[in-house]
Design a protein around this ligand. Structure first.
Ligand SMILES: C[S@@+](CC[C@H](N)C(=O)[O-])C[C@H]1O[C@@H](n2cnc3c(N)ncnc32)[C@H](O)[C@@H]1O
Length: 424
């Protein structure tokens, strides 16, 4: 058993190190008004995460077993005021470096003054906005200010609170309605919430503003360090002589606009890339290939549920980034089976996405994969997988597939490369 004093001392030791770094670099201490931490170097980010995890544990312990559970059950009372702030653009109603009365916020936003006051005051408890107790005027904190200055953050908040959260509250209803083994994207909690039998991408293709917000929110989620492409090169030897040689080809399955292929083409010497995606995506992407990569990267319309076209020589690899986590096992098996005819001994499938730990994860800094798992469930009837889940998929798809390695980039504990070989 760890004493409270020992916990607090561990926090103190870490806080002193972080303070020393900030002081040594002339940076302000973190406050609700100024956040100097995002720009810190990697080793300080590790320290910061460790301090956040330790203090979060202490906070939960001090809330106590019952209140900690009630806090979770009532977390919607933090989320809903933020949704109102998002919906009525209340953050933009307050000057970045000044203040505003509730009447002024009301005039700007069209939300009735008493509602502005109630929902902003509820959010002040989450340090989103603050209020001068003497004048009753509202001013920004670093969090509410970022809602104005960071468009991708704003869209990510809107996407979570207006798309994902309402859908996620229908997960149990989805299972009651369609069964717990429901595998279709068109019968998801998201489809129930939206009274549609369209999958999310198809709905967003016609509801353009929602589609734009989704794209912008993804921009927010993918700008974190765990998405940095350097992890790709740290986790795999793309320049190996059995990979990057004259005439070798990698197929980027569902490769979107080709960002990964462009990056890897610049990291390798000979390897060529074929980016496959749906016709409407390829139509746009094929005209945007950078001049220096025109002889290395090509695009072709191809559904990943269809057999690969015949080729004289098998590709060295099929690369799938953030594809399988959007699909239930039933469809992932189809995707894998469609690659079989193009595999030869030595060719491989590389799947790059969150690989969940086999056991539970409690740290704030590493639990995102488990949260993403619930999002996949709500939106697609899909999941984030563990190594054993991939092993099961491969066994069901074809026993000639062999999971040869899970390559975890150093320092990036969540997004990994699953390497699959073909026994032939
Ligand atoms: C989550 S995005 C990942 C894009 C890309 N791999 C990346 O990581 O940036 C999923 C991609 O799958 C594509 N997609 C969806 N259904 C497809 C299908 N049946 N065949 C091929 N691509 C498909 C989408 O158009 C989209 O580009």
């Amino acid at each position: 058993m760890t004493s409270l004093t020992a916990r607090a001392e561990a926090i103190l030791t870490q806080a002193k190190k972080l303070d020393a770094f900030l002081e040594g670099h002339g940076l302000p201490y973190p406050s609700f008004d100024v956040d100097p931490l995002d720009g810190l170097p990697a080793e300080m980010q590790d320290l910061r995460s460790s301090l956040a995890n330790a203090s979060n544990d202490l906070r939960k312990l001090m809330r106590g077993a019952v209140m900690q559970t009630i806090d979770v059950a009532m977390s919607w009372t933090d989320a809903v005021p933020l949704q109102v702030i998002y919906h009525y653009k209340l953050a933009s109603a307050v000057p970045l470096e000044g203040d505003a009365s509730y009447d002024e916020i009301s005039k700007f936003s069209g939300l009735e003054p008493n509602l502005c006051r109630r929902f902003i005051r509820a959010s002040i408890g989450s340090n989103i906005f603050d209020e001068d107790v003497k004048t009753g005027r509202v001013f920004h904190t670093a969090s509410s200010r970022a809602l104005v200055t960071d468009k991708q953050l704003y869209d990510a908040v809107g996407f979570q609170l207006e798309e994902v959260a309402p859908a996620a509250l229908k997960i149990s209803k989805c299972w009651d309605t369609f069964g717990q083994d429901v595998a279709e994207q068109t019968k998801s909690a998201f489809s129930l919430e939206n009274s549609t039998d369209l999958a999310i991408y198809d709905l967003f293709a016609v509801e353009l503003e929602r589609g734009r917000r989704f794209g912008s929110a993804m921009g927010f989620y993918t700008r974190g360090d765990s998405w940095d492409m350097r992890h790709l090169t740290a986790a795999y030897d793309w320049k190996a002589s059995d990979f990057d040689y004259p005439g070798s080809l990698m197929v980027d399955v569902g490769g979107g606009h080709g960002q990964i292929s462009y990056f890897l083409a610049r990291e390798t010497k000979h390897l060529k890339f074929l980016v496959q995606d749906l016709p409407k995506v390829v139509e746009v992407a094929k005209n945007q290939v950078p001049e220096d990569l025109k002889d290395r990267v090509e695009f072709a319309a191809h559904s990943f549920f269809e057999r690969q076209p015949e080729r004289d020589r098998a590709p060295v690899a099929f690369f799938l980034r953030f594809i399988t986590h959007n699909w239930s096992d039933k469809y992932c098996i189809k995707i894998l089976q469609a690659l079989r005819s193009a595999m030869q001994p030595g060719s491989r499938i590389l799947i790059y996405e969150y690989i969940l730990e086999n056991g539970p994860v409690k740290d704030l800094s590493t639990r995102y994969g488990f949260q993403a798992d619930i999002i996949m469930c709500a939106l697609y009837n899909a999941l984030e997988r563990r190594r054993v889940d991939f092993e099961r998929l491969l066994e069901e798809a074809d026993s000639r597939f062999e999971l040869s390695a899970v390559r975890r980039p150093p320092g990036n504990t969540q997004i990994c490369i699953v390497e699959i070989k073909w026994r032939g």
